[in-house]
Design a protein. Structure first.
Length: 505
């Protein structure tokens, strides 16, 4: 009888394990909705990301708590805002506390085999994973170093997106098949300085990309926007960003290239240098030329990443893992593709506040599902735990949005306000510290360092956020109501710093 009971117990555990989904999260860097064809982009095609969306769901309104690389990763792992998990910015002295509760630790304690491969960027080494191999800090595009679990740093030959896929697929093939897995593929792309794979050089040279309608924004009524340092014309560097006049023998990104890679880059960018020499004294022509060069390099880098995502999806098919694997593609935040004449992120304005999120789970998420409700990156951890049939800790600040995915249309009450807080000033782009809320109709922002002012935007009639309505008497009642809502939301998320900086009259 005792043996029968033990057998039944082991069998029930095995069935539970097999019924729980594998989880694969592809987490990119600075990749924005505006460049993904599933989101309606006409700039390029992203067939692999689109495949995930078409075979599952696309979140049309997914946002971040803070548009910055390391804080966004910390939010993903903890399900908590930066002021709660301890990582609020990218400053050199700021390090993620890996000893705290994290998603992979909870999954590991509940029978999952866990791994993170690729870009990590949290200034401390990963904790709580069965396996990890990560780039030091930002990493390099060519011949990148990886830190291995024995803390040795090894330089590998190849292009970073290809290598991250190689290592991820190797881990998948050699994992313990008796356990469900949680794997994060941390892409370096599309982070500055946008180095395309050799095969993608010139992929968009036949395109003449239209300037965004607000490219020549003069920032009237928006003090913080007028004082930033992230414009394409003034901030984008000729050598590092645009690769003009490069010395390929110098250490750094260029010096890491193999001889054949240097030759291909030199041949390609020497042509760009010829273009530059012809227009360098014409400020308007130079500005437009920089924009075109930026777009071509960024999109070419994204093209290589999307191809590698396709590789991973194909291998999941070949390994018979497709049906019971949740696949997610997302980014740490959005990015500016010339809107307001900017690159980079940070502001609470839509292009960087939003982030892509597509998810596939065959048999559970209906293909072609579109989710329009507000979702934030604090929601990722509780949602994945719920889908893995694991109890969600009560101190996670995010919400489980799996009902939106699995039973669309049945959720009657959901989040109606988004809360954001950005801290990092002045380095590197002089974006003033600010916090705020967004509803379906309005966005209210409180800038507090060094600028001290408010901004209000009507999101239904001013989608490009060009007109600050904070001093418009017609919106006096709206502003008063939104300030109360802002205070309530900051209090709900226990943001004491925001509460101390907010006067509500």
């Amino acid at each position: 009888m005792k043996c029968i009971l033990i057998f039944c117990l082991v069998s029930s555990i095995a069935v539970a394990q097999s019924n729980r989904p594998n989880i694969l999260v592809i987490f990119s860097d600075d990749h924005t909705q505006q460049t993904i064809s599933a989101y309606g982009s006409r700039l390029m095609q992203t067939p692999a990301i689109d495949r995930i969306a078409n075979e599952g769901a696309i979140l049309r309104n997914s946002f971040v708590t803070n548009s910055l690389c390391a804080p966004s990763r910390a939010v993903f792992l903890t399900g908590k805002y930066g002021h709660m998990n301890g990582l609020i910015d990218n400053s050199p002295g700021r390090r993620f506390d890996g000893s705290q509760q994290q998603l992979q630790k909870i999954l590991g304690a509940n029978g999952y085999q866990t791994a993170w491969i690729g870009k990590w960027h949290l200034q401390t080494l990963p904790q709580g994973f069965d396996f990890w191999r990560v780039l030091p800090d930002q990493g390099h595009y060519f011949q990148p170093d990886f830190i291995n679990m024995n803390n040795d740093t090894t330089r590998y030959t190849g292009y970073v997106s290809n290598l991250i896929s190689d290592f991820s697929l190797e881990w998948l093939k050699n994992r313990d098949p008796s356990k469900p897995f949680f794997l994060v593929v941390g892409e370096k792309a599309t982070h500055r300085e946008w180095f395309p794979d050799i095969r993608d050089l010139g992929a968009f040279d036949d395109e003449d990309f239209p300037l965004p309608r607000n490219f020549f924004d003069k920032y009237e009524g928006r003090d913080a926007a007028s004082k930033q340092d992230m414009t394409i014309d003034k901030t984008m560097r000729l050598y590092e960003d645009l690769k003009i006049g490069v010395d390929y023998n110098k250490p750094g990104m260029f010096g890491r290239m193999l001889p054949e890679e240097k030759a291909a880059y030199k041949k390609y960018y020497d042509k760009a240098k010829e273009e530059y020499e012809k227009i360098k004294h014409d400020s308007i022509a130079l500005m437009k030329w920089k924009f075109q060069r930026y777009m071509r390099d960024y999109l070419s880098t994204a093209k290589g990443m999307d191809r590698n995502i396709g590789r991973i999806l194909d291998e999941l098919d070949a390994m018979g893992l497709t049906q019971n694997t949740i696949v997610i593609y997302t980014s740490d935040q959005g990015f500016y593709m010339g809107e307001h004449r900017w690159f980079d992120k940070r502001f609470m304005y839509e292009e960087s506040f939003r982030t892509p999120f597509v998810i596939r789970y065959p048999g559970s998420i209906k293909p072609g599902t579109r989710i329009d409700e507000f979702v934030m990156n604090i929601d990722y951890a509780p949602t994945l735990l719920s889908m893995a049939k694991v109890k969600v800790p009560g101190d996670m600040q995010g919400a489980d949005f799996s009902p939106l995915l699995l039973k669309p249309g049945t959720v009657k009450k959901w989040r109606d306000v988004l809360y954001y807080h950005y801290y990092e000033y002045p380095v590197p782009h002089r974006v003033a510290s600010h916090f705020g809320i967004r509803t379906s109709k309005y966005k209210l922002i409180r800038f507090y360092h060094p600028e001290k002012n408010w901004e209000l935007f009507d999101m239904e009639h001013d989608k490009m956020e060009m007109k600050n309505l904070i001093n418009d008497p017609k919106y006096k009642l709206v502003i008063a109501e939104l300030k109360i809502k802002l205070k309530e939301t900051a209090a709900y998320f226990k943001d004491e710093k925001a509460l101390s900086l907010m006067e509500v009259r």
